[in-house]
Design a protein around this ligand. Sequence first.
Ligand SMILES: O=C(O)C1=C[C@@H](OP(=O)(O)O)[C@@H](O)[C@H](O)C1
Ligand SMILES: C=C(OP(=O)(O)O)C(=O)O
Length: 477
Amino acid sequence: MTGPTSTAAPVPVPSTGGAQWRAPFAERPVDATVTVPGSKSLTNRYLVLAALADGPSRLRAPLHSRDSALMIEALRQLGATITEVPGDGAFGPDLEISPISLDAPAAGTGIDCGLAGTVMRFVPPVAALRHGTTLFDGDPHARKRPMGTIIEALAGLGVGVTAPDGGPAAALPFTVHGTGEVRGGHLIIDASASSQFVSALLLAGARFTDGLHLEHTGPPVPSLDHINMTVAVLRGAGVSVDDSRPDHWIVAPGSIRAFDHRIEQDLSNAGPFLAAALATRGTVRIPDWPAETTQVGDLWRSILTTMGATVTLQDGILTVTGGPEIRGADFDETSELAPTVAALCALATGPSRLGGIAHLRGHETDRLAALVAEINRLGGDAEETSDGLIIRPAALHGGVVHSYADHRMATAGAILGLAVPGVEVEDIGTTAKTMPDFPQMWSAMLEQGSAGDRTGSAGASTDSPAAGKDNTHGAQH
Ligand SMILES: O=C(O)C1=C[C@@H](OP(=O)(O)O)[C@@H](O)[C@H](O)C1
Ligand SMILES: C=C(OP(=O)(O)O)C(=O)O
């Protein structure tokens, strides 16, 4: 697959039926201060731990989005009590969580995983720890996401997992037959399709009778930062985890200490706003950037510097100012940041290579195919490789960017629309997966103070819709 001229989509484009959104074109460099809602990965890890903890916990400033709502509902189905209480977070109430009584007899239940990897991977081991059957299902695309490893892992731990008709299961939907106990011990898995398989088993591992010695064999595990986050969160709750040997994680059996914890803002979701500084040669500031974090989004500081921005972190404020051009770059392992990086690469003045992201084919959609299709649809020059993307400079034009029910495809379309007039994003509502107010936040960013005239930025022209208008109109499919 080569060539800059392809406009045909190599993958079927699902119309998800949501509102089509005229992406605001930035007439001027942005000059904005932005805060984003809480981290999806931290919120959903802490929710699971709270549901398995030794007493009531509190989460301050958690994420409120589709993925966190699905997690909350899943844990309620398994017997946790989760209540919204007033807090000081800018994006919604705090949460109080009373844990699941694993000893109590429980009726069979069903859990909707939506398209949330954290729900479909993290919750089955929790269901295995309680009594009763739990049916897991999700969105149509969720049935295509890799699940075999977690199903085989549970089977390896002696937990019955079947298809709803009682036959063998390899993907959603499936039923977990919990007996109120998981023995644990040494377990070998292949986690090369998703780090979430490792995180899922570690999060529940302390509650297994013998704890867990998890070993990975196979091609490298992706998104190691997310596993390190899991280990840090567990240790913070008093769980002993030994990760001193590569591809081995040993969780000691024991209780999980209840906690009162404030969730950091989602640094991955800060990405599209920071990218706006590069796409418009403006400045975006994010206050409360953590001095130390386990979030992969902290990589924005190096990624955006490499791409030509000036990045400073002072007094907790991350400030990103776009340079005269966006530089093409060569990155390994950008994980969930990749769609945002790819959008910037499509606006860059030199070629880029993104490697180490083959597993993105199993994300919300096949992100490699989707990014190639949508960048090329706008006149770009993107190509899939065995483990990533090559994106070369090309003059982009307007058109419809399809979302494929993927929040990060939708925000990638918004970034392109800042620099390219006439970009529309199909189903902007899919951003509710992790950022329900994304369209309003994006407009608000553009409505903040401007920093002079915009000249010479990638793909710029001035005949586009002004930023900050009401950009949403009905789907046109
Ligand atoms: O554990 C987590 O919170 C996540 C792990 C990663 O999954 P993969 O390892 O499947 O990439 C990441 O991409 C996803 O957005 C969130
Ligand atoms: C891959 C992602 O999500 P999930 O947690 O559903 O895997 C993502 O948010 O980029």
